[in-house]
Design a protein around this ligand. Structure first.
Ligand SMILES: [Zn+2]
Length: 881
């Protein structure tokens, strides 16, 4: 908390530090009332940093006990301490600085730095948490070799962990235990980690491609020891995949994961010691859904992949955050695509980008993948940095092809191993390895906003040619106007009357960047100017155009295609992603119609959908996505002015119409996929369950037989995927008493399992049928709820504001008020979580006027609070600007 208005930090102001810290030796004395931290820093002046003999270290909420330079205690007038810093003047070339501070982990509710979670100690230092542990140059370009000694009561804390390899474990004269760790790899402070607690672990081993043995351990609280198997398996598969696909080998003797209940993020890639939110690592069939298994697999892979893309090569400053995050999300997405269905993974990613990232681009927090400025870096762990950053890397992959991309990544790792670098360095490695100029492409990193590409076709029968004119334009965003054209890879296909892909001959053959316009291997057209016309020749009749296959660029597409063409593509497109996209566009049209009037499913669409449901040669997971209606949030992104109640009504009507028209087919599909095989979290079973449970959700909307089946599945299933799907179907059945009884039974069964209880909370809070304001208030007062635990806050308030849209947008503004109250409350205890919860309130400008006014009022109420954290201040002030 601070008095002065928080200031922005600018990328253009970056300069190197005046000192480096070559060695960092830390000693933690963990005591029940407080922790004493001794830091011994080996300093060396950075001559390029224009040395002035002044060292300013960052530090927050620290009590300074002692300060010594080269063994001599510093006089009080030799340094200055403020709320955020410690400044020492008159320094020479080299020094050893010793700092003793006292901190209070038990009182740390912000969950940044060192804190208590249940009975254990743990840390979260990214981005700027290390400054809550000791005074330090807390910036990623300062890389140091860390040695860590942990001293504590060995009986209370039998497990004491830090980064690197364990080098000593001894009993001190006073009976306390001291465990020492050395991490030989230089790293920034944000990758530091410490864990101490009474934990159990599961162990496994991995032999690397050069034949080294690595010990793998997952540490959990004792009650969770039966939930570690899947994460260990996912870890081994990730290690193997990174060797095979990127040639990257693990570099320490041990790799550890610790599960923690109170955690702001999903997980953290600390060197050799990943700390995970327990919801992102713990699973067994009875308690975790298939979706949870897949999330765990992806996050374990993501954090492991950071060992190279993030840790070995790290970021120079936080404006480069997407250097490690965009690249690593791209890597984990490729891994998931290889483990499951590439089409389904692409659909999930595009859905996320279109729903959440496009919304961010269109709102007050719009920022480029490489931002120019920020007030609080914690606010920039965004879908733009992560998901759009990954899409940008994916476009480089599309432009260079798999082999070219691998050459580029090899050069990047080789050239920059052990360094803190920039996004520019990453692109330069891609360019140099492939002899290509990506100058124009780099606009993707600097320009915020979602480009809009409009397409116009003109088929000329006399020339047997199709003229395709593409125009691109990127809307203004806060602080950015008059944007330049981007390099947009347009993957496309032309379908003949039977739905077969036609061969493509196109002119012009070279684009503005000197690149071939069309490469048959990747089927990609390169749009690089504001407007370009491409001529496809040799076409005897007018083909159906399939544009932006595989979601080849994160753009909005304006292309009028008839319902008939969309249905044709849903049925025939050889690109699975575009089959889905065509279906979604068709459904958006229906929902738009159904806002105004009752709706009946067109007969031709009914036939195509019935065929999809009975075709057992198709991937059931893909069929399930093809028949899933767009979410209300997704529909909102396709509306100019958002009326959440009209969207809800339209979607409900279409859902009912589909359920009625295809009732028999859904029932038959469900029966066909019903299996009595033992549950396994493996791709084929997961795919079948996805479609089976989608069929159940429609079937139970339209008929009592479906509801009876849901009830039977709820009572008899041996796995959480089926039990939760049945519970959801019962909640949507319209029978309130049945829904209530089922929820009650579910809670009785699972009340002692925190992760399942979180699912129980969110299935109610996020439900259009149940998530009313009074229900939310009940849940907030329930014994299972806890304001200190981020997972519980997300399960109730997050689910309510992001999913139960018809209640969140209640006409009287009560939903907005509830969210604002929560933000105000959390601002004082956990600013990161408070700030993240705020996002739904930033969308007021696009709402229908009556709601817009009420939402704005609540934002203004938050803005008027005294003692706003930097996190909340930044979002609120930008949203109202
Ligand atoms: Zn990451």
């Amino acid at each position: 908390m601070r008095d002065a208005q928080p200031q922005s930090i600018y990328l253009k102001d970056y300069c190197q530090p005046e000192y480096w810290i070559n060695q960092t030796e830390l000693t933690f004395e963990l005591q029940e009332d407080a922790t004493v931290v001794t830091a011994v820093l080996t300093l060396e002046a950075n001559n390029a940093g224009n040395q002035s003999g002044v060292l300013e270290l960052q530090g927050q909420q620290l009590e300074l006990l002692q300060l010594a330079l080269d063994g001599t205690t510093l006089a009080a007038d030799a340094y200055t301490v403020t709320d955020d810093s410690l400044t020492i003047t008159g320094l020479a070339q080299q020094h050893q600085l010793s700092i003793v501070t006292r901190i209070d982990p038990a009182a740390n509710t912000a969950l940044e730095g060192l804190y208590r979670s249940g009975g254990m100690y743990c840390t979260q230092c990214e981005a700027e948490g290390f400054r809550r542990i000791t005074y330090y140059l807390d910036r990623p370009d300062v890389m140091s070799v860390f040695t860590t000694h942990i001293i504590a009561d060995g009986e209370r804390y039998p497990v004491m962990l830090s980064n690197g390899n364990c080098i000593a474990d001894e009993t001190l004269a006073d009976g306390r235990r001291q465990v020492s760790w050395l991490d030989p790899h230089r790293k920034p402070a944000y990758l530091f980690a410490l864990v101490a607690g009474d934990l159990l672990h599961k162990e496994d081993h991995f032999t690397t491609m050069s034949g080294r043995d690595v010990t793998l351990r997952i540490f959990v609280e004792p009650q969770n020891i039966d939930k570690t198997e899947y994460a260990l398996d996912a870890l081994k598969r990730s290690m193997r995949w990174d060797e095979e696909v990127y040639g990257r080998e693990y570099d320490l003797d041990i790799f550890m994961i610790v599960a923690v209940d109170d955690f702001n993020m999903g997980a953290m890639e600390n060197k050799g010691l990943n700390v995970f939110n327990s919801s992102c690592v713990l699973a067994n069939p009875a308690t975790a859904t298939d979706a949870a298994y897949q999330r765990i697999e992806a996050i374990v892979a993501h954090e492991y992949f950071h060992n190279w893309s993030g840790n070995r090569v790290t970021c120079r400053d936080w404006f480069q955050l997407s250097l490690k995050e965009g690249f690593t999300v791209f890597r984990d997405a490729s891994f998931s695509a290889d483990m499951h269905s590439a089409t389904v993974k692409r659909i999930e990613d595009a859905r996320m980008v279109r729903t959440v990232q496009f919304a961010e681009d269109g709102g007050p927090m719009a920022h480029p993948v490489q931002p120019d400025s920020f007030i609080e870096i914690a606010n920039f762990y965004t879908v733009t940095i992560y998901e759009k950053g990954a899409e940008v890397v994916g476009m480089i992959h599309k432009i260079l092809g798999a082999d070219g991309f691998r050459k580029g990544s090899d050069l990047y790792f080789e050239r920059h191993d052990g360094q803190a670098v920039t996004i520019h360095d990453f692109v330069a490695a891609m360019e140099d390895a492939n002899g290509i100029d990506l100058t124009l492409f780099k606009r993707w990193y600097k320009q915020a906003g979602t480009p809009v590409v409009s397409a116009e076709v003109d088929y000329r029968a006399d020339e047997q040619a199709l003229y395709l004119t593409l125009r691109q334009q990127c809307p203004d965003t806060p602080g950015q106007t008059n944007k330049q054209p981007m390099w947009i890879p347009v993957q496309l296909g032309l379908l003949d009357a039977n739905g077969q892909d036609l061969p493509v001959q196109v002119t012009p053959s070279v684009n503005a960047a000197g690149m071939e316009t069309w490469t048959a291997a990747s089927q990609v057209l390169h749009l690089t100017e504001a407007e370009q016309t491409f001529v496809f020749s040799g076409l005897e009749s007018q083909p159906v155009l399939s544009l932006f296959r595989d979601f080849s660029a994160p753009v909005k597409v304006e292309f009028e295609q008839s319902a008939q063409d969309l249905l044709f593509r849903l049925q025939h497109d050889s690109d699975g992603f575009n089959r889905w996209d065509a279906g979604q566009r068709l459904m958006l049209g229906w929902i738009d119609q159904a806002r105004l009037d009752e709706f009946e499913l067109p007969e031709d669409a009914r036939q195509v959908m019935a065929e999809l449901l009975s075709d057992d040669t198709l991937d059931p997971a893909m069929v399930s996505y093809l028949l899933t209606l767009p979410s209300e949030a997704y529909i909102a992104e396709f509306s100019d002015q958002v009326d959440p109640h009209a969207i809800h009504l339209g979607r409900q009507r279409v859902r009912l119409a589909m359920a009625m028209a295809l009732n028999e087919q859904f029932a038959a599909c469900y029966q066909r996929l019903l299996s009595h095989a033992e549950y396994q979290p493996e791709p084929q079973q997961m795919a079948a369950r996805t479609l089976k449970n989608l069929a159940l959700s429609y079937w139970s909307v339209a008929s009592d037989a479906g509801v009876r089946q849901a009830l039977a599945q709820f009572g008899s299933s041996d796995n959480m995927t089926d039990q939760m799907a049945a519970l959801q179907a019962l909640i949507c059945s319209g029978d309130d008493e049945l829904a209530q009884q089922s929820l009650e039974a579910f809670y009785q069964q699972w009340q002692n399992d925190a992760l399942v209880v979180n699912q129980w909370l969110s299935v109610q809070a996020g439900s259009a049928d149940l998530g009313t304001l009074s229900r939310i208030q009940q849940l907030l007062e329930h014994e299972a709820f806890d304001w200190r635990n981020p997972n519980k806050i997300r399960s109730v308030i997050g689910a309510f504001a992001n999913q139960a849209l018809c209640h969140f947008h209640a006409q009287d503004g009560s939903g907005y008020r509830l969210l604002a109250d929560a933000v105000i409350r959390l601002n004082a205890t956990n600013p990161q979580i408070a700030s993240r919860l705020l996002t739904p309130l930033t969308k007021w400008r696009r709402l229908v006027p009556a709601l817009s006014e009420q939402m704005k009022e609540q934002l203004e109420r938050v803005a008027a609070q005294p003692d706003l954290s930097r996190d909340v201040y930044e979002i609120v002030s930008k949203s109202l600007a």
